[in-house]
Design a protein around this ligand. Structure first.
Ligand SMILES: [Fe+2]
Length: 185
């Protein structure tokens, strides 16, 4: 599947408001200013948003079925819960990798949904072509989602030199005959 940015109705799926409520902040891209938020944030599967997923689970299912299935076709399985990530300004970088290196099988497709505007060093950097070693930052705004072949295309994050924190969630899905079944992969 080609790397593609798809559009969705941001206001129809209240991930942003839910995240603000959970974190008790009004601006997700300023989350770095709250020591309280950073202090209880330990990783993609161990943070306040991951712990509060049950509150937004139905919205997530609707989002998958109404947005993703409509635009990419039938889905056999999809990751539930997704991984929630914070890329704080002034911090963090992740090792560039392909998911294949972590044992993810061919055929799975990555979906990346930033809830804050992303550009340059607060974004995800993805290889333009498998094996090219040439990376580009994805420029996106809330209301867009990215689909890419993370099993084969190397990707990662650089130290966030912008003044905005990135908050995002991501998942993988397996295309195929539905109905789409949530799985823990
Ligand atoms: Fe990855």
């Amino acid at each position: 599947m080609q790397t593609a940015i798809l559009e969705y109705e941001f206001d129809k799926y209240p991930f942003y408001r839910w995240a603000c409520d959970v974190l008790q902040i009004s601006c997700l891209d300023q989350a770095h200013q709250e020591r309280r938020v950073k202090a209880s944030n330990r990783g993609p599967t161990f943070n306040q948003l991951a712990s509060s997923f049950e509150m937004i689970k139905n919205v997530y299912h609707d989002f998958l079925l109404e947005v993703l299935v409509k635009q990419v076709g039938e889905i056999a399985t999809y990751q539930c819960p997704p991984s929630f990530r914070f890329h704080y300004c002034g911090l963090g970088s992740s090792v560039f990798h392909s998911d294949r290196e972590f044992g993810v099988e061919d055929g799975r497709i990555n979906v990346w949904v930033p809830l804050t505007p992303v550009w340059g060093d607060n974004s995800l950097w993805i290889e333009s072509k498998v094996g090219s070693g040439q990376y580009e930052a994805v420029n996106m705004k809330p209301g867009q989602l990215l689909i890419f072949d993370g099993v084969n295309l190397r990707h990662g994050s650089r130290i966030n030199s912008t003044s905005a924190t990135r908050v995002s969630f991501d998942l993988r899905f397996l295309p195929g005959k539905g109905p789409a079944v949530p799985t823990s992969y």
